[in-house]
Design a protein around this ligand. Sequence first.
Ligand SMILES: [Zn+2]
Length: 354
Amino acid sequence: MTQQNSGGEIDLEAGIARRMDALVARKRAENEAAIARIATLDTGWKDINGDIDTDLKTGLDTARVEAQAMQDAMDRLTRNVCGGVDKNAFGLAGKVVDAKSEIGLPGLTVKVALGLESAAQSKEAETDNYGDFFFSFELDQAGQGRSKPTPLLIVVLFATDTVVYREQRSIAPKAGAVEHLALAVDCSGKLKAALEQGKQVAASVQGDAKLVEARAANFDAAYTTFKRLSETTLSQLRGLRQELSVAPPRVESARAATAGSVVTVATQTRLLGNSHARELHDLENVKKQCQIAEIKPDHRVYFRTEREAVAAGYDLCGNCFGKKKKSKTPPSTPPRAPTKRGRAAKSAQGKKRK
Ligand SMILES: [Zn+2]
């Protein structure tokens, strides 16, 4: 750490400056390493962030599709939702429900006969899980758009041979249009099984709908939380990097300030004081006995004048200042307690005198 210059003195100022430089360099290296780590975190975070973002968005989209499907299913519980028909066709979308509960009845056979002018058309279908059925009739060119009252016969059968519903009505088939029918059936006897099945379907749809709704809400909440957290963390990381990036100049200024004070303290004159021995030496007349090299760095104090040093309680060294100049004032530090040998010598002297 310390270095001796050509005169054999320890160059304190250079030592401290070098130590400061080493400290600053180390601090800067640490900061740069931290900044690099944060940069890696930033990039990594963005990547992970992107992956989670994609996953959550996909989950959210799926949940939304499911929610829409469940909404459709819920709609189907109350009416036959039909996607429309070809422009040359006439559609008949119906639902067979329990008269009391209005729950759709699955697995029933629906037979219809439409007495069109060209030719009567008969069709047959089974109700689906919602009790829904759908028929499409091709209309001839001449009949299109006329919407002439036409007889329609509807029969609903259970187990293909038991008639549970029969109705004849008049409708006006129109090309590209769909007529909706609601057929209410009294569910007693054999139809109880169909009603039970319909209830299960309704319960299942409603249960699923709640589940899907809850799931979509969870995804929504999770995504919102994630976004906020992600942005906060990233901005904190960036803030930290910003702070670290500013740190080195602060170390620089600290060094400058400290270096300044070092210069003040270490300004050398020819008058070097040993603060431990309270002795002042004249460096331009230094002698071997002064043992300047032995003075520890933190015991070295320089004075501009002898008077200043004496005022501070320093004795002038007899070797470099000469015997005559050697101050006659006693040292300000208390005299050392006599050693054993000293005491023994004294007592020996005393005996001799006696
Ligand atoms: Zn001296």
